[in-house]
Design a protein around this ligand. Structure first.
Ligand code: ATP
Ligand code: MG
Length: 249
């Protein structure tokens, strides 16, 4: 079922010096439980799309329509943005606390997620005592705690080294699929996009327009690290590589 429809979305940033046209006529549909990854050159407008969907930034024109009212949006950014002075448990409960949603059910849900994803023994640990991958898992659990309808992930792995990135993508992917979440993720990494996505959207240089959309169809689709070994992976990789504008705007 359709969760979000974006129609003819455009965005101009108006600064004192200039008008920056960031997005031009973006059309996009996001279905329930779908994992969509946006790829495109640096500065083309990827984060702007997420910010507008999350209502952190105003659009210049076009329509953003969710299929139901009071939709809850969850974010995860490049830096895990955990608070160093709060332990894992308190970090995970923070969103609930701010939105006055701490109750038995939500507390149980957070505890269940911590347990299920191997963090129960670290509830009292502080972020600096965790690996980068564990911190990203905590950040995702904190995002999931408020039970968002859609997750917006802006390059959530780019602060991690390559090796960690591969395992953390598996972890995050597993959590998102098991918790049956809809996700819209931005990535610089074509391989990561293909390995994780149901659909990859290729954006052009700024102002971003949609250049191509790929439905990623693989037999025996599995965890991202396994999908990288799939015979279709390289085909998608070269096609998307050809589509991408390989210079910065
Ligand atoms: N608040 C702002 N005011 C003015 N210009 C902005 C603002 N935010 C973004 N821009 C400009 O809009 C364009 C798109 O920015 P955006 O951050 O969406 O790109 P991006 O694709 O996410 O880039 P990156 O890959 O580097 O993260 C850039 O040229 C940027 O300089
Ligand atoms: Mg960005």
């Amino acid at each position: 079922m359709e969760l979000l429809k974006i129609k003819e979305l455009s965005k101009n940033y108006i600064t004192k010096k200039q008008v920056i046209c960031a997005l031009k006529n973006i059309n996009l549909t996001v279905n329930d439980n779908e994992f969509i990854v946006l790829v495109g050159p640096s500065g083309c407008g990827k984060s702007t799309i997420l910010s507008i969907i999350g209502d952190l930034e105003k659009k210049s024109s076009g329509k953003i329509k969710f299929s139901k009212d009071n939709i809850k949006v969850g974010y995860m950014f490049q830096e895990d943005a955990l608070f160093p002075w709060l332990n894992v448990y308190d970090n995970c409960m923070l969103g609930l606390k701010i939105s006055h949603q701490i109750n038995d059910e939500n507390t149980r849900y957070v505890k269940m997620l911590l347990k299920k994803y191997g963090l129960s023994n670290f509830e009292k640990s502080y972020p600096n005592e965790l690996s980068g991958g564990m911190r990203q898992r905590v950040a995702l659990i904190r995002t999931l705690a408020t039970k968002p309808d859609i997750l917006l992930l802006d390059e959530p792995f780019s602060a991690l080294d390559y090796q960690t990135r591969i395992t953390v993508s598996d972890d995050v992917f597993k959590i998102i699929k098991e918790e049956k979440k809809t996700a819209l993720m931005v990535s610089h990494d074509i391989g990561e996009a293909i390995a994780m996505a149901d659909k990859v959207i290729v954006l052009s240089n700024r102002p971003a327009i949609i250049k191509n959309i790929y439905d990623i169809k693989m037999e025996n689709k599995s965890l991202p690290s396994e999908n990288r070994k799939n015979e279709k992976f390289n085909e998608y990789y070269s096609a998307i590589w050809k589509d991408l504008d390989h210079y910065e705007c």
